[in-house]
Design a protein around this ligand. Structure first.
Ligand SMILES: [Cu+2]
Length: 512
């Protein structure tokens, strides 16, 4: 069989964020090389054959990112980003969420199939400073690379910018049994892609660099490391790539146009591996790729780039030959078809800057926008109306479940989006059809994952419910309570409180 190699990005080139007047190009940092930071794995406090107990702490700290002053950062159990969390499918997890930050936060499990709105950790699940909460859940979903980040509206973007983001690996038997690299930190590597604006004192100033279309910075920061190198000691490595940036898309390729094989997307393995030389990833998406260094030898270097900017240098060391091949069938999707009588849910993402909206409205925490019975397979048609000035790609995310990408403007989805996903980039002027089924009850958010767009109101919420049962009522957060708490925590008058997303509501004369 001849192997097809895709040699170009799948997204619409005209919509790449580089055409935006406010685009901040990346620059190559003039700092010494640093070893790529590999976050340690969060150890359970206690574990039995059936249950695991964890304590997760959101905390403030300082991180040596550049020569000179340390950068003030936030992280989960570490000074920045967070320890990597590994959950086994079928195990009952008990997680204590501790907030040692100076202000309220939430712990959102992006990509985990857990009940909403409290376990899911969206805006209705605040943990106040000095307090803790315990959640418990059992996962029943495919093995995947997911992540944890804060989600307090409208301060998600600022809290992620301050450093809160951790990789969450879901392990299941079928993925564990496949011949793929599995040795965490050796040949199975987390790669969290972010960009930051370092001010002269090496600090990050969110308000100073705020942009309603998404804050950007010129410095690539990978796993919290600037100018990283990774020592390769095996012929093959697997990269679990997460776009953890507030707004930036990454257009990834390697030196020598080295082909690589994508084996997984957001929420599952792909049915079949896809070989490519160029991969574009939008905010919050994940891609697992396998690289084979068979044509390289000790002292060679392979570089990962986004556009023309180097991100990571892979320094090749001696390795033993690995003649194994990636299985041609990685994952089988068992999803029932959508009943032809089921109405198609239409969702519209529109506007740029402060005008961003979802279905012509801005998000309101106390408004439930839609309902869907548990178990119902439904098509959702997501339209991005931004076709002015080449528009921009909006990455659309649904909480609490995994979906399938069915079509793009009626045509086949991209070759690397045939597995389950929870985030899909929608090109300007495009309608992407996804197939959504909820399997747990809850109130779940769905939104653009450019973090300033979600804070700015390009977001809504849907209640999934058990058919034939009374709809559960949830205690919902509201904006007055949220802003009063944040103002008190910051020791200021509520009228002096500044939150990025607030400007998008105020400039449009809308209530938050
Ligand atoms: Cu958007």
């Amino acid at each position: 069989m001849t192997e097809k190699v895709f040699t170009d990005y799948f997204f619409d080139k005209t919509a790449f964020n580089v055409h935006d007047a406010a685009y901040v190009p990346l620059v190559v940092p003039e700092v010494p090389e640093t070893k790529l930071l590999i976050p340690s794995i969060l150890k359970p406090d206690k574990e039995t054959a059936t249950d695991a107990w964890y304590t997760l702490t959101a905390q403030a700290g300082e991180t040596q990112m550049l020569p000179g002053a340390k950068t003030k950062t936030w992280g989960y159990g570490t000074s920045v980003l967070g320890q990597t969390i590994v959950y086994q499918v079928g195990k009952h997890n008990h997680v204590t969420l501790q907030n040692q930050l100076p202000e309220l936060t939430t712990f959102h499990w992006h990509g985990l199939g857990v009940t909403g709105p409290y376990v899911d950790g969206g805006c209705h699940a605040p943990v106040y400073p000095g307090e803790s909460k315990t959640i418990d859940f059992t996962l029943n979903q495919p093995g995947a690379t997911t992540w944890l980040h804060p989600h307090p509206c409208p301060s998600t973007a600022e809290q992620v910018w301050r450093g809160l983001a951790a990789m969450v690996i879901v392990k299941d038997d079928s993925e564990n049994g496949l011949n793929l690299p599995h040795d965490y930190g050796v040949d199975d590597i987390p790669v969290i892609l972010q960009d930051r604006f370092f001010e002269d004192d090496n600090q990050w100033d969110y308000r100073k660099r705020y942009d309603p279309d998404g804050i950007q910075g010129p410095t690539p920061v990978i796993n919290g490391t600037v100018n990283p190198v990774f020592d390769v000691t095996t012929q093959k490595i697997r990269l679990r790539i997460l776009d953890g940036a507030n707004r930036r898309e990454w257009r990834l390729h390697f030196s020598d146009d080295l082909p690589f094989v994508q084996v997984a997307g957001d929420s599952s393995l792909l049915p079949h591996p896809v070989t490519m030389t160029h991969l574009m990833i939008t905010c919050a998406e994940r891609a697992e790729i396998v690289l084979d260094f068979k044509d390289y030898q000790a002292d060679d270097t392979v570089t990962l780039f986004t556009d023309d900017t180097p991100l990571i240098q892979f320094k090749i060391h001696e390795f033993s030959a690995n003649h194994t091949t990636i299985p041609e069938r990685l994952y089988t999707i068992h999803t029932p078809e959508v009943d032809s009588n089921t109405a198609i849910r239409k969702i519209v993402m529109s506007g740029m800057d402060e005008m961003v909206m979802l279905d012509g409205k801005k998000f309101e925490m106390e408004r439930i926008d839609a309902t869907q019975p548990i178990g119902l397979e439904q098509y959702w048609d997501i339209t991005n109306t931004n076709d002015m000035k080449d528009g921009m790609v909006h990455p659309f995310h649904v909480h609490g479940t995994e979906f399938l990408v069915i079509s793009r403007n009626g045509k086949a989805p991209y070759p690397n989006e045939h597995g389950y996903k929870d985030t899909v980039g929608v090109n300007p002027g495009e309608t992407v059809r996804i197939q959504v089924r909820f399997y747990l009850p809850g109130l779940y958010m769905y939104h653009c994952h450019i973090l300033e767009h979600e804070d700015g109101g390009m977001m809504a919420q849907i209640q999934s419910f058990e058919p034939g049962q009374p709809l559960p009522q949830y205690e919902l957060m509201n904006m007055d309570k949220m802003t009063a708490a944040l103002a008190k925590e910051r020791g200021i008058d509520p009228k002096d409180l500044w939150l990025g997303g607030m400007e998008s509501y105020m400039k449009m004369g809308m209530k938050m």
